[in-house]
Design a protein around this ligand. Structure first.
Ligand code: SAJ
Length: 440
């Protein structure tokens, strides 16, 4: 009698041999670097799947559209036939492993929007087969993998943990971070069953420098939310202390620098014009939404959201205060916004507080321009602006220069010299102590 196939053990040994087909669904700032790490680790065949045909065409012609992935790396992978991209989900029928790296935005009501995850699953579900691993990487609330994905798999007659292996592993990509990449950021993974966790750990173990296994998928989902809620709450705290310090005439930036001298038990966060990006403004609300279903009010998360959400308004108040010194109302004054991306040295404008600030200033009648070498134009809810050149003439034209994003590429000496008035939300001009420079 044929020995019963131990699908899990067989899959683990296939994964360890690297003679597998690894599919990555969602070729964005998480999926594409992951796919390239799989190629770099020697996985025999890596297939990227995306619903966006232009991304697929770009990659198959050896061109990257992700800042952190060079076209050379993509071209080498394609030329070596180690990587292809496709919009066709039927490749899942040949997949040994599938990573789902699709967006998990929030709805306007701040409820989780799992439509991208469900859509990916619906497109692949008719191609799943015995002896494969599925790992969800998209940030989501604890329980998603177990409660949403597992039933979809079992409805097809497969047993999770016996036929198909299912796990969660939080993506920890930090766009623009040159020190930490997909490969050297420890990879947390939790399986819907212990064997699922083992199979997923085998996949990442052959690719990443370090794998940290937790006992189940919900714990792995919670890890990411704790990490980013930690940031959101601490940014909220320092923003609140900033408002307090200003009320008291205390320099918050000096206070933080001094607090940083404490060699233990303190981690610096900095006030800012608000928080942006696809993680910090959103992830904590995945947690608070789920907690509510357990009758738990997560007050820190909500409060941090309120405090951080108020910073664009506070920034505009500071602009008003500075213009007031020159007897100028905001209405009709020329305000130049320096840097519009959500954090420095990247090109991502998503959820950037600069957009909120632009809308607030526009509503007050300011004449707005911006300068950001990473962003040639902004089109957002009726606002359409092109980046001004970074020059002395641009600075001189403005009644107030508002530093929102402190790109390293800016010549702050020239900004300090040529600007009539400056509101600096990032302490980028800390070297210059001038009356016409106001910090948050
Ligand atoms: N911000 C502040 N004050 C701070 C830190 C950040 O106002 O002290 C603002 C930033 O300007 C930005 C927003 O908060 O608008 C988010 O900043 P972030 O540094 O958290 O950058 P993100 O959104 O790119 O967060 C990512 C996250 N990575 C993942 O989710 C995988 C986060 O977990 C990382 O810790 C973070 O990068 C990082 O450390 O750079």
């Amino acid at each position: 009698m044929a020995m019963p196939v131990n699908t899990g053990k067989d899959l683990i040994s296939r994964i360890e041999s690297k003679k597998i087909t690894a599919v990555v669904i969602g070729l964005g700032y998480v999926g594409l670097p992951l796919a390239m790490e799989y190629v770099g680790a020697g996985i025999q065949r890596v297939v990227g799947v995306d619903v966006d045909g232009s991304k697929v065409r770009s990659l198959n012609s050896g061109k990257s559209y992700i800042d952190d992935v060079s076209s050379e790396v993509v071209k080498k992978a394609v030329d070596a036939r180690a990587f292809t991209a496709t919009t066709d989900f039927s490749i899942i029928a040949k997949a040994d492993s599938v990573n789902i790296c699709v967006p998990t935005p929030l709805r306007k009501t701040k409820d989780p929007d799992l439509s991208y995850i469900v859509n990916a699953m619906e497109r692949m579900i008719n191609h799943i087969h015995k002896g494969m691993l599925i790992v969800l990487e998209s940030t989501t609330y604890p329980g998603t993998t177990q409660e949403i994905l597992a039933p979809m798999i079992e409805e097809k007659g497969f047993k999770v943990g016996k036929d198909v292996f299912l796990a969660f592993s939080p993506e920890r990509v930090d766009p623009g971070n040159e020190q930490f990449s997909t490969k050297n950021i420890p990879k947390v993974v939790g399986g819907v069953t212990p064997l699922c966790g083992k199979v997923a750990a085998a996949l990442y173990g052959g690719v990443m420098n370090h794998v940290h296994q937790v006992s189940n998928a919900a714990a792995a989902e919670m890890v990411k939310l704790l990490e980013n809620t930690f940031r959101s709450v601490n940014i909220g705290l320092v923003n609140e202390v900033c408002l307090m310090a200003n009320r008291m005439g205390i320099d918050i930036w000096e206070v933080i620098e001094a607090a940083k001298t404490k060699p233990f038990g303190f981690m610096p966060f900095y006030p800012g014009p608000g928080i942006g990006g696809h993680c910090i403004p959103l992830d904590p609300f995945y947690l608070s939404w789920k907690a509510k279903q357990f009758g738990f009010e997560s007050r820190f998360i909500e409060l941090a959201g309120v405090v951080n959400g108020r910073m664009p308004h506070y920034t505009v108040d500071r602009v008003g205060e500075v213009l007031n010194r020159f007897r100028k109302p905001i209405n009709g004054s020329k305000v130049l916004i320096l840097g519009v991306t959500y954090k420095k040295n990247i090109s991502d404008v998503r959820e950037s507080p600069a957009l909120d600030i632009i809308h607030l200033l526009a509503r007050m009648g300011a004449v707005i321009s911006y300068c950001d070498p990473y962003v040639t134009e902004i089109k957002d809810n009726g606002i359409s602006l092109k980046s001004s050149p970074f020059s002395a003439a641009t600075m001189r034209k403005a009644d107030c220069v508002l530093v929102v994003t402190d790109h390293s590429v800016f010549d702050y000496e020239m900004v300090a010299r040529e600007s009539k008035a400056i509101v600096d939300t990032r302490n980028a001009l800390k070297k210059f102590k001038r009356k016409n420079i106001v910090r948050l």
